[in-house]
Design a protein around this ligand. Structure first.
Ligand SMILES: [Mn+2]
Length: 407
């Protein structure tokens, strides 16, 4: 059997921005590729929608996409087994089987948007349940656990305790973080690690993390299926294009199909050293120009992660790159983060320590620091630091301001 696998469509993402149509277009292309490649079933691994309660416009557009699966017909039959009860799932066209994800989650005992689609037979939603697909004599069992809050995920997996049906083909679907895939600085948490995943499945497919990865472990083949759209501009999402997988259940063959003409992501982490504003601006401009020379079917996403240290007297808030981003406004979509380290701050502490060890009186320590700080700024020796210090010492702030304004 031929199974099309994709995930994290995030329909409804970017409402009111130029990206709104992108999630729908990419999802539509994945459905088309699945049908062109004669998929017997389309399997989605959660986060079909970007919001737990999507707007009517989003629901309507999603319906249109899901219904393209009715442009072809399938020879398969599907039985849904939950709590030892087995019922035939009736559908039209190519069946869509899914679990819900983090973005559809509305609480443990609440129905979500995919339950509504399930009730209308547009798709079959699994939760701690199994879809048995039959095609002639071939059988494939798809076990699915919808996404649940991470801190309960391991317990939920263990208490459901999915087991592959012996001598049959089995796929397990999850929508959770996995410890091994979380970078150190990531704020997301995970309770499940690869070791916790059950053995004996022909394929374990996980959604939620938006990049693709295939791990062939002993007794386990684990696929991070990735998203069909870039949502967070993370570095890992830059490395591989978005698309869908085709899984041939009899042979175990897995093929990746790229979404044509997709929006690219360029991720830049730029490390500066005691940089001036002009240096930051110039480096950013150079990188943006290089990205835009490349062939881009759509205005690319450009992420600038600015790090390192700034020259003395410059603060993170002084680094305003909006003006250059404005120059490229219609050519790219930008995201900028600034994480400059306080190199100066640690230098100051060091100086204080040194002065302290010299056991000078407080007033003299204060004066030396002020003089040194002034030397590092554009004020340089523009005024008499000693005079300023004594005025400050006596609380004559007005006189200090007057003195500085004259310069
Ligand atoms: Mn997602």
């Amino acid at each position: 059997m031929n199974i099309a696998l994709f995930s994290d469509l995030h329909l409804g993402l970017g409402k009111g921005t130029p990206r709104f149509e992108e999630a729908f277009n990419n999802a539509q292309k994945c459905f088309e590729i699945a049908l062109e490649n004669n998929a017997d079933a389309i399997v989605l691994v959660g986060d079909l929608f970007n919001e737990p309660v999507p707007e009517i416009e989003v629901i309507q557009k999603a319906f249109q996409i899901f219904l393209t699966a009715r442009n072809k017909s399938s020879e398969v039959k599907i039985f849904h087994e939950k709590n030892s009860e087995k019922k035939e799932f009736e559908f039209t066209g190519i069946p869509i089987i899914t679990i819900s994800g983090t973005h559809e989650f509305r609480g443990k005992d609440s129905l979500n948007i995919l339950d509504a689609f399930n009730a209308s037979k547009v798709l079959l939603k699994l939760h701690a349940s199994i879809a048995e697909i039959q095609k002639g004599k071939e059988k494939l069992f798809i076990h699915g656990l919808s996404g649940i809050p991470e801190k309960h995920a391991l317990n939920a997996l263990n208490s459901w305790n999915p087991k592959p049906i012996k001598n049959e083909k089995n796929i397990l679907l999850l929508h959770q973080s996995i410890k091994e895939f979380l970078p150190f600085e990531d704020e997301m948490t995970a309770t499940i690690s690869l070791n916790d995943l059950p053995s004996g499945f022909d394929l374990i497919v996980d959604g939620h993390l938006h990049w693709t990865n295939l791990q062939e472990l002993e007794g386990k083949k684990f696929l991070l299926v990735g998203s069909t759209i870039t949502t967070q501009m993370k570095r890992l999402e830059q490395e591989k294009p978005k698309g869908l997988y085709l899984f041939e259940s009899e042979t175990g063959e897995l093929k990746f199909k790229e979404i044509p003409n997709q929006r690219k992501l360029f991720y830049h982490k730029i490390k500066f050293e005691e940089a001036k504003l002009s240096e930051v601006i110039n480096d950013c401009r150079k990188l943006i120009e290089e990205d835009l020379i490349k062939e881009n079917a759509l205005p690319p996403l450009i992420r600038l992660n600015l790090t390192g240290s700034l020259s003395a007297g410059l603060n993170e808030s002084d680094i305003n790159v909006n003006e250059i981003l404005g120059e490229f406004n219609d050519k790219a979509i930008f995201s900028v983060s600034k994480n400059f380290s306080s190199k100066q701050f640690s230098k100051k502490i060091e100086e204080l320590r040194k002065l302290h060890s010299e056991k000078k009186p407080i007033s003299s320590l204060g004066f030396e620091l002020l003089e040194k700080n002034l030397n590092e700024t554009d004020f340089n020796n523009a005024f008499d630091a000693e005079k300023v210090f004594h005025l400050l010492e006596e609380g004559k702030i007005d006189e200090v301001i007057e003195l500085m304004e004259k310069k």
